[in-house]
Write a protein that binds this ligand. Structure first.
Ligand code: F0G
Length: 457
């Protein structure tokens, strides 16, 4: 008998209480936080979907691994276990631990980028873009055109536009130190990239002598989508698929806070000896000695075990299904979302849901506040507050107004998701009453983290 219910493939050994608050309490909490969900106390949140980064639950094996952590300054056993876990999956020669993904980005671009260079990506994540721009480079996003249309269904909406890639390479290859593909494409809705696209992008880059890298934060979720959606991969294991993905690349950056199933950590891995040697020099200056790179020995152990667990088929099946489960309920009830649901998050389409709120009154931000007010749910706006402000102080509407509901790994159960669906459907029924906001105070960059807002009456 083949039973159809997909269960959480774990049982729970430690629990962390979460508390209900009243709507009146949350109304006050929002006021105190300047109508910015980043400024709430986490204790005032019932279900926290702000991010899937570093928020996952570790397994008993990971905790056991932490007790084995070797805290030697140099040459610790934990480093070699970490290195071999990364090498088994990626095959890269040099493995450089960092305290998280953005440190790997800083070190990679710090050792390869010259002012005026260009980096191409399907879509740069904010920190990746910031690290390119900080080095006076230009970060150019070239996703396929389907990526810009939330309602369109495409199995690999994270793919890179190969024609655009070739155009840029033909014209500018001398000024492009590397090309990157982000798997899955977080800023584009957590959408996967096909093996065919990775293979073709790699081939094009190599034709022009340009190194090809993966931003591998969610490599295992991407591998699962290849297994279930791309012809020829159904019989392969997620590990084999991941190995093939990495085989086309010259290196990767990784945040182990996502598919490393750890609370902190990351790495840069690559084949080029000269780049690795420059990166290690930068590592020693700001992160730490090359066998710990800003991490404790026990963190390296947790990541080594996590990288193995994240490729388990039952885990990946449950993981992608729990996100799709929410997406399906919302779609059946007419709530507009980025289609199809991504690997780590459901993205609500606030532009479609709240057409009465102009973009410069921040519809996605308003929707994220309503989810908190009505149900104690914290999400994150990916819209005009996040992307609308430019270095010259001008403001323009973002391409999309999304609210991301990111699922921490192995943390919430199906009843949490059922509750979440109920809250979203309720807020959807009230949508005509939701009002926009104005910004009262903001910093000159990355304003979404600290801006103070006020509701428009
Ligand atoms: N690349 C991608 C695709 C990411 O999603 C992130 C982080 C990073 C790089 C940077 O990694 O946080 O370890 O420094 N994303 C988190 C998020 C913060 O909420 O999506 P980091």
């Amino acid at each position: 008998m083949h039973f159809k219910t997909i269960i959480e493939p774990f049982r729970i050994k430690t629990v962390e209480p979460i508390q209900h608050t009243t709507r009146a309490y949350r109304e006050e909490a929002l006021k105190r936080a300047g109508y910015n969900l980043f400024l709430l106390k986490a204790d005032d949140v019932l279900i926290d979907l702000l991010t899937d980064s570093g928020t996952g639950a570790m397994s008993s094996e990971q905790w056991a691994g932490m007790m084995r952590g070797d805290e030697s300054y140099a040459g610790a056993k934990s480093f070699y276990r970490f290195e071999s876990a990364v090498q088994e999956i990626t095959g890269f020669k040099h493995v450089i631990p960092t305290h998280q993904g953005r440190a790997a980005e800083r070190i990679l671009f710090g050792s390869t980028l010259k002012p005026g260079n260009m980096v191409l990506n399907n879509t740069h994540f904010d920190t990746t873009r910031a690290n390119v721009e900080y080095r006076k480079g230009t970060a150019v996003d070239i996703p396929i055109s389907e990526a810009h249309h939330p309602e369109l269904i495409h199995p690999f909406k994270g793919n890179m536009d190969l024609a655009a890639l070739e155009r840029h390479l033909q014209k500018n290859h001398d000024d492009i130190p590397l090309v990157m593909i982000t798997v899955t494409n977080n800023s584009g809705g957590g959408q996967p990239v096909s093996m065919a696209n990775i293979r073709a992008a790699s081939k094009l880059c190599h034709k022009y002598g340009v190194p090809f890298f993966l931003d591998a934060c969610r490599f295992a979720e991407n591998a699962w989508f290849i297994k279930t959606r791309e012809e020829g991969y159904a019989a392969k294991t997620p590990l084999e698929i991941a190995q093939e993905m990495f085989s086309y690349a010259d290196g990767c950056t990784m945040s182990a806070k996502k598919d490393g199933l750890a609370n902190i950590g990351g790495f840069l891995a690559l084949n080029n000896d000269e780049w690795a040697s420059r990166a290690k020099t930068m590592l020693v200056i700001t992160e730490g000695f090359p066998t710990y790179g800003g991490l404790a020995g026990y963190d390296l152990e947790a990541i080594a075990v996590g990288l193995h667990e994240v490729l388990n088929e039952d885990y990946l099946h449950y993981r992608t299904r729990s996100v799709a489960y929410l997406g399906d309920i919302l779609t059946e009830n007419g709530v507009p979302i980025m289609q199809p649901p991504g690997g780590h998050a459901v993205y609500l389409d606030a532009k479609a849901m709240l057409p009465h709120i102009p973009q410069l009154e921040y519809p996605a931000w308003a929707l994220s506040l309503a989810l908190y007010l009505e149900g104690g749910v914290r999400s994150v706006e990916i819209g005009t507050v996040m992307f609308g402000l430019h270095p010259d102080g001008s403001e323009t509407p973002a391409a999309m107004e999304l609210v991301r509901l990111a699922f921490p790994r192995r943390v919430y159960t199906q009843s949490h998701v059922d509750y979440l669906a109920e809250v979203i459907l309720y807020v959807h029924s009230l949508r005509e009453n939701i009002r926009g906001l104005k910004i009262v105070e903001q910093p000159p960059a990355l304003r979404h983290f600290t801006a103070i807002l006020a509701p428009l009456s």
